[in-house]
Design a protein around this ligand. Structure first.
Ligand code: NA7
Length: 540
């Protein structure tokens, strides 16, 4: 990569769905833009998550860009839920179609981003030593991009092959006839288990917390389904802007109907598959008694599917409300435990003591394996931001400012870091909605904001301290209305020892959030401080 010392308008960090759309959007505005990407190619999380079984739990027709009717018309999804290779192929198709790669440097992990107040310019440096300067920085570095491998004693001593689901190698991994351990039973672990189980000689699944897993009922998409989408896509996309993913949202609560009607609704949604199950009634996310009825329905299905009652009992979640940890979607997970060579180890009964050269040792036994799959999650939402040495006004470090939790306004900006925008990070709906809907809303808003600054001849923008204080209060208040706060989840940073326990995403819904952002912009960027352009050295 060549050093570019003339200041760009925009530097984008990350070439996943968000970064790619940002490049396109700012080009359209006639701005100079360059993107820095740590990986060798585009795709972000979909570049790295190549583990067997990786699949999106949002339907493919909806988990795609809406900004271009041509792109929509020229791409055909093959399945209801797309698998990772197809999503990555789609991202590549978009990157090629829009000729985005010419504005991306690959293998360019950002090490630091330093604000120069005199120049009103960000100075960005990569780990390889390249330097860029830009008026605006867009952090599109991903909410689930910094993987986490717990520091089990001996974690690096294993002599077989080991992988983290979020850093899967590009070369195929052959599981045929192997003895495999999977540690972790979140979305990645359960997807990997369903895909690996039929291939291996022996599979040992290490579970700390059982999850609620809804069948996906994945199926090929036929022409009729694609045509239905195409004919209605304008209306569907408009509705998605308000609700995120197009689930069926009922107006009744779980306890407003009798037992038979409630069970019939759960059964209908279980048979339909997917996250739609959690929206069976309008209070599953907010009312413990309502939630208990949905949770018990799923536990009944687990006991029905899994032949061994002891294993079934271990697979039944009882310590958190359904949906308060990210709900998992997959077909065949519970069924896998009926295979003679698949075994469940409940780490709450038999704790994981160490990784050894031969495998995984619990308090009672050493499980000798050929391969270990770490499906142990991420330093979610803040990890990729605080990993960069970001310094704002007066050299203030972002990681210091956020040491007790991510203080920001609308999830988009943080005081003391002018002209630095965060895409789908903490304080925004991010992982609680269809990411594509959240990403397009964010990039569109940021682009309008920067275009407005340009029209006004303004140099910089950052939030007021009071606006971000109020926003943090609102984010907490929205979370407190829900059952999300009752689980030890990555939404709360609970999976990373020492991370402050703060509910990270905005739980008030994308429709309300969009309305707030639009109103702020219409009111002249209320809550933000806009600084006029001035000659270097001139005081305000
Ligand atoms: P998750 O959902 O964070 O799952 C990680 C799993 O790893 C989870 O079951 C954890 O148990 C387990 N884990 C983490 N640390 C340990 C230790 N120290 N010992 C044993 N087990 C551990 O990550 P995923 O990659 O599955 O999914 C992330 C998101 O990607 C997903 O929600 C989708 O949005 C896409 P725990 O529950 O913490 O007890």
């Amino acid at each position: 990569m060549t050093n570019k010392l003339e200041a760009l308008d925009i530097v984008v960090v990350g070439a996943g769905f968000a970064g790619l759309y940002a490049i396109h959007k700012f080009r359209e505005l006639g701005m100079s833009v360059h993107c820095l990407e740590a990986a060798p190619d585009v795709g972000g999380v979909w570049f790295h998550n190549r583990y067997p079984g990786a699949r999106c739990d949002v339907e493919s027709l909806q988990y795609s860009y809406s900004f271009s009717q041509e792109i929509e018309a020229d791409w055909q999804w093959s399945e209801r839920y797309a698998a990772q290779p197809e999503i990555l192929a789609y991202i590549n198709f978009v990157a090629d179609r829009l000729d985005l790669r010419r504005d991306i440097s690959f293998m360019a992990r950002v090490a630091s981003s330093i604000w120069n107040a005199d120049e009103q310019i960000w100075h960005i440096t990569t780990e390889a030593g390249a330097n860029l300067q830009a008026r605006f920085v867009i952090l599109a570095s991903g909410g689930l991009s910094v993987t986490r491998k717990p520091d089990f004693p001996g974690v690096d001593s294993f002599e077989g092959l080991s992988f983290h689901t979020g850093q899967w190698p590009e070369e195929p991994v052959d599981f045929q006839g192997k003895r495999v351990a999977v540690i972790g039973t979140g979305s990645s672990g359960i997807q990997a288990v369903t895909a690996i189980a039929p291939q291996v000689a022996e599979l040992v699944v290490f579970q700390r917390t059982p999850n609620f897993i809804i069948p996906s009922r994945n199926r090929p998409l036929d022409d009729a389904a694609r045509q239905h989408w195409a004919e209605n896509s304008t209306a569907f996309r408009a509705r998605a802007k308000q609700v995120g993913t197009l689930y069926e949202f009922p107006s009744v609560g779980a306890l407003d109907v009798d037992d038979a009607a409630r069970r019939a609704e759960y059964q209908r949604r279980w048979d339909g598959g997917g996250v739609n199950f959690v929206h069976s009634f309008n209070n599953i996310y907010t009312d413990q008694a309502a939630n208990d009825t949905a949770a018990e329905f799923v536990r009944e299905r687990i006991r029905e599917i899994v032949n061994d009652p002891v294993t079934a009992a271990k697979l039944c979640p009882t310590d958190h409300p359904l949906g308060s940890k990210r709900i998992c979607v997959a077909s065949g997970y519970y069924e896998a435990f009926n295979l003679p060579h698949v075994k469940l180890v409940d780490l709450r009964e038999d704790s994981l003591e160490a990784i050894t050269p031969a495998g995984v040792r619990t308090a009672t036994v050493e499980h000798e394996v050929d391969m270990i799959v770490f499906a142990t999650g991420y330093d979610a939402l803040t990890g990729a931001l605080t990993a960069i040495d970001i310094r704002g006004v007066d050299g203030k470090k972002l990681s210091d400012k956020w040491s007790a939790g991510p203080i920001n306004y609308l999830g988009l900006m943080t005081e003391g870091f002018p002209n630095m925008f965060i895409v789908t990070g903490p304080g925004s709906p991010s992982v609680l909605v269809n990411m594509l809907v959240g990403i397009e809303q964010h990039i569109d808003w940021i682009a309008d904001c920067i275009a407005t600054l340009r029209e006004r001849g303004a140099a910089s923008i950052e939030p007021d301290v009071s606006a971000e204080r109020d926003w943090v209060t609102q984010v907490n208040a929205e979370a407190d209305k829900t059952l999300f706060v009752k689980a030890n989840s990555w939404y709360l940073g609970a999976n990373v020892p020492g991370k402050p326990r703060v509910f990270l995403p905005y739980a008030g819904g994308i429709g309300r959030y969009r309305g707030i952002c639009d109103r702020v912009a219409a009111d002249g960027y209320e809550g933000f401080r806009i600084t006029p352009e001035h000659a270097p050295g001139e005081s305000d």
